[in-house]
Write a protein that binds this ligand. Sequence first.
Ligand code: ZN
Length: 192
Amino acid sequence: MTGREVLERLLDGNRRYLEGGGPRAVEQTAREKLVDSQSPMAAILCCSDSRVPPEYVFDAGLGEIFTVRVAGHVVGTSVLGSLEYAVDHLGVPLILVLGHESCGAVKAALAGGEAHGSIKGLVERIKPSLKDINTGTEISQEIMETAVTENIRYTQHQLQDISDSIRKKVDAGDLMITGAVYSLRSGEVNTV
Ligand SMILES: [Zn+2]
């Protein structure tokens, strides 16, 4: 399948989820088939938020999606290494960067307050994506929506800018990188 065909399949899964589809029962035979190898159709880089589990959101079964999750879907070495594995060794034709409405990590980066511990490093990785956003005195819903979208686009660009192997696959037409935003309220996924 091409990256575009895989994206359509994921969005079909999201439609099933919207119609009330839930997590699938996994039969022992399905587990056994996957013991020796995996062949996921897509890699999904997603925020860790408990309200955005990709297997639910895309009604995906065991072995279908290779998922990398980190708050604010920020790009670091471990994230890149995981995605390079999915691209180079598992041959996925699509990386989907999935952000979401009201992302707490994005909100923290917008608010600009002092974060403690390792959260500080995480928030710092989001800030460059928000450099053109003027927050003013309060963070409106509109500003949050813009910030979430900008952070998704920034992550998409970073994957290609930092990783040679990801960029080469994109240039060769073997890999598509797409961004999408998840609505906490409706459950809908829309590409950005
Ligand atoms: Zn989030």
